[in-house]
Design a protein around this ligand. Structure first.
Ligand code: PLP
Length: 402
């Protein structure tokens, strides 16, 4: 029977708005002049502007508490793509300018990242390379991990920035961020992490991890789309990427999206509460492990990485497998006919036909990587969703192999 109810298993691409975020933003969407009570420009001096400013600073303080940093080190952006671009270009430009001020006009900074980063980090890195910057892409092992020893070896006197994601958006591997940050600091480089997939899924505290910068996105944690944040330690020199009116302490010009900030803070508070996070992690791991067991029972279906039951090395909400003799697009569309949303990997690259980029980086052969299937869970995922997927998957395999 085809279920008419939607089963959403693509939370790593985006998450639905939670009630807390929707409620926090509601007052900002009143139409007409009534909108002004909440909808002022946070930089205006009059009372309406001051009201918006107070709401913005309230959101910043609450979000900073969730991210383990000081409010004056947290800057709102339009999303993690902007946060990543800001740090990559900004740190390199600052380092170059500082050395040139000292008379070293030929200095070209060296930057290190990993080969399994999101495009929001990789594409800025590619642009830097075209500008003559030396970029090292650390490989991942077959299970999605970047080696701290490889980082140590790659570091040089000219390395100014290391950017390695906290958790991979496709296979869910959690990187040893504390250790990677320590190695970067030993060599005098700043350490940035793209924390988009980790934040709100596992404990993430900028101060405890010792990172200098971290990128966040609201829509991955049931907040609104089009708002993100960048944690930037006061020690980390970073030239602004967006120039204009000097908002966000000059780091990110542009009139602030106060409604988005209120929604982001509410969503973060509702997910990052420590007992809730621990409980959610256990609940999602239970669903994840069940799905891995179910999928592994089919001939030709294999986990893409070595995620063992109750494994804390992987995000609790991501399941990644390959299905022999099936292509990702076929599976996505077949599941969609049953109102089940799944993916073949990152939403950014999902429209490009061909083998999954991340699996290729993990050393998987092209034919196997063509059959990538990613399921991702979230706050509203239930056992019923899992059961619904299992029945549909069984039907799909019966259809494909009949
Ligand atoms: N970084 C990672 C790891 C992601 O998964 C995503 C979204 O898919 C982004 C960055 C981009 O985030 P945003 O949509 O907020 O620009």
């Amino acid at each position: 029977m085809i279920s008419r109810q939607l089963t959403y298993l693509d939370w790593a691409a985006t998450a639905p708005l939670c009630d807390e975020a929707a409620e926090a933003m509601m007052p900002y969407f009143e139409g007409g002049l009534g909108n002004l009570e909440y909808g002022g420009n946070a930089n205006s001096l009059h009372s309406i502007g001051r009201h918006a400013f107070a709401a913005m600073e309230n959101a910043r303080t609450r979000l900073a508490r969730c991210a383990g940093c000081r409010p004056d080190e947290l800057f709102f952006t339009s999303g993690a793509t902007e946060s990543d671009n800001t740090i990559v270009f900004g740190v390199v430009e600052s380092a170059r300018a500082a050395r040139r001020m000292k008379g070293d006009s030929s200095f070209e900074p060296h930057v290190i990242t990993s080969a399994i980063e999101h495009e929001a980090v990789l594409e800025p890195m590619h642009r830097l390379e075209r500008q003559g910057v030396r970029v090292t892409y650390l490989p991942s092992d077959a299970n999605g991990f970047v080696s701290p020893d490889a980082l140590d070896e790659a570091m040089g006197d000219d390395t100014v920035l290391v950017s390695i994601m906290a958790a991979n958006n496709e296979v869910g591997s959690i990187q040893p961020i504390e250790q990677l940050a320590r190695i970067s600091h030993e060599h005098g480089a700043f350490f940035h992490t793209d924390a988009v997939q980790a934040f709100g899924k596992i404990p993430f505290d900028c101060t405890r991890l010792g990172v200098d910068a971290a990128s966040f996105s609201a829509h991955k944690i049931c907040g609104p789309k089009g708002i993100g944040a960048l944690y930037l330690s006061r020690k980390c020199a970073c030239k602004p990427f967006m120039l204009g009116g000097g908002q966000e302490a000059g780091l990110r010009s542009g009139t602030q999206n106060v409604a988005g900030m209120a929604g982001f803070a509410a969503a973060a508070e509702s997910l990052c509460d420590v007992p809730f996070l621990a409980e959610e992690r256990m609940r999602l791991e239970g669903l994840r492990d069940r799905l891995y067991r179910f999928l592994s029972s089919f001939d030709g279906v294999a986990p893409s990485v070595a995620c063992s039951p109750k494994s804390h090395d992987y995000l609790p909400n991501i399941i990644h497998v390959t299905v022999a003799d099936m292509e990702s697009e076929t599976m996505i569309l077949r599941m969609d006919r049953e109102r089940i949303c799944v993916s073949g990997g990152s939403a950014c690259s999902s429209k490009s036909l061909g083998p999954n980029r991340i699996l290729s980086q993990l050393g998987m052969d092209k034919d196997r990587a063509l059959g990538a299937l990613r399921l991702s869970l979230g706050r509203y995922s239930t056992l019923e969703d899992v059961e619904c997927f299992e029945s549909a998957f069984q039907r799909m395999i019966d259809w494909a192999r009949s």
